[in-house]
Design a protein around this ligand. Structure first.
Ligand SMILES: *Cc1c(COP(=O)(O)O)cnc(C)c1O
Length: 351
């Protein structure tokens, strides 16, 4: 038996999949109970009477080329959040299996696991060492029932990259035992190559990418899982049949055109400059006790009085993220890097 079939929930491996309406664009569609006319809502609605292609090949190929993996290694869905959910559901038997997370980190891993009835184990990042990955703790705490390890690099909310060789070693040590998922939602903002290329040589390593952050498409809901083709095939069995809406497909393809990608690179350069400015200016403000380095598009700052900082930002018409509920971050605020003007307004509000 392959490692994927051995690791996944047996009932999912054996699941008979829903047969969605066949995708035969060369034929006229009288097979999916759609209305034969476009909806009444202007040109933008043209063609929306039709169910979309389930895993749109055009987008899969674009994303595969962008991320440097084979098309068979790409699953596209409603943001990387959907992939996180599908992974928990496909691999964790409720009440038996679990996932491991490294707090303080993105909350969706634990939420998706708990919705599935999976146990959530923790190997906290080492705050005294810049929130570095605790490789030994991850390996030590992984139980035989730990099916998935979620690592986030750059990590949300702390902003730091995790050590690449440590992540690779963790995946190697857990080969055949756990799927190691590296969430790279913010990798485009870092000076570091993606781990996507490692998926082929290390099949239990998977990478999450998204169009929500660097490509400015959070509202479209489009993200991708890059993984071993057998993992992708398993998740395709359980992803809802029409996960990529037509409007999303159009927006994603447009954002991945060469000219759009060039403009994205220019924006990323501006954003990095602004991040450098914020990381330089924030620590100079009275009341700011610490600003953590960041490889992402946000900064994590600790205040003498975080409540007051949140209130002053709001009074200036700016919403920043209260990060005080994260373990070990009792006085922290997470600040998304905005336009130069927005950043200046925030600095003014706190001066
Ligand atoms: C924003 C974010 C995502 C992106 O989720 P989408 O569903 O793709 O919008 C994924 N992981 C982390 C850590 C994030 O901060």
């Amino acid at each position: 038996m392959s490692w994927v079939r051995a690791l996944a929930r047996p009932d999912i491996v054996g699941l008979k999949v829903y047969e969605h309406a066949a995708w035969r664009p060369e034929l006229e569609r009288l097979h999916a109970n759609e209305l034969p006319w476009s909806p009444l809502g202007g040109d933008a609605a043209d063609g929306l009477n039709r169910y979309p292609e389930p895993q749109p090949r055009s987008l899969i190929h674009r994303l595969a080329a962008l991320y440097g993996v084979a098309p068979e290694s790409v699953l596209v869905g409603r943001g990387s959040d959907e992939a996180i959910d599908l992974i928990c559901r496909a691999f964790c038997r409720a009440g038996h299996d679990g996932v491991l997370v490294c707090p303080p980190t993105f909350g969706m891993y634990a939420v998706s696991a708990r919705i599935q009835g999976a146990q959530v184990l923790e190997a906290p990042l080492r705050s005294a060492h810049g929130f570095a990955l605790d490789e030994a703790a991850v390996l030590e705490r992984c139980a035989p029932s730990t099916k998935v390890v979620f690592l986030c690099s750059p990590n949300n909310p702390t902003g730091n990259l995790l050590d690449e060789s440590a992540m690779r070693r963790i995946a190697r040590s857990l080969a055949g035992r756990s799927l190691v998922v590296v969430d790279e939602a913010y990798i485009e903002f870092a000076d570091r190559a993606s781990l996507a290329g490692a998926v082929r040589e290390q099949p239990n390593l998977a990478v999450l990418r998204t169009l929500s952050k660097a490509h400015g498409l959070a509202g479209a809901r489009c993200g991708a899982l890059l993984a071993d083709p057998e993992v992708i095939a398993l998740l395709r069995k359980i992803i809802p049949p029409y996960a990529v809406a037509r409007l999303t497909l159009d927006a994603a393809l447009a954002a991945l055109e060469p000219t759009a990608l060039e403009a994205t690179h220019a924006r990323l350069a501006t954003l990095r400059q602004e991040r450098a400015r914020m990381l330089r200016e924030l620590p100079r403000l009275a009341g700011v006790e610490r600003v953590w380095p960041s490889d992402a598009n946000f900064a994590l700052a600790e205040f003498a009085d975080a409540g007051a900082a949140l209130a002053r930002a709001a009074a200036a018409g700016l919403l920043v993220r209260d990060a005080r509920s994260y373990p070990g971050l009792a006085r922290a605020v997470r600040i998304s890097i905005g336009t130069p003007r927005q950043n200046s307004r925030l600095l003014d509000a706190w001066s």
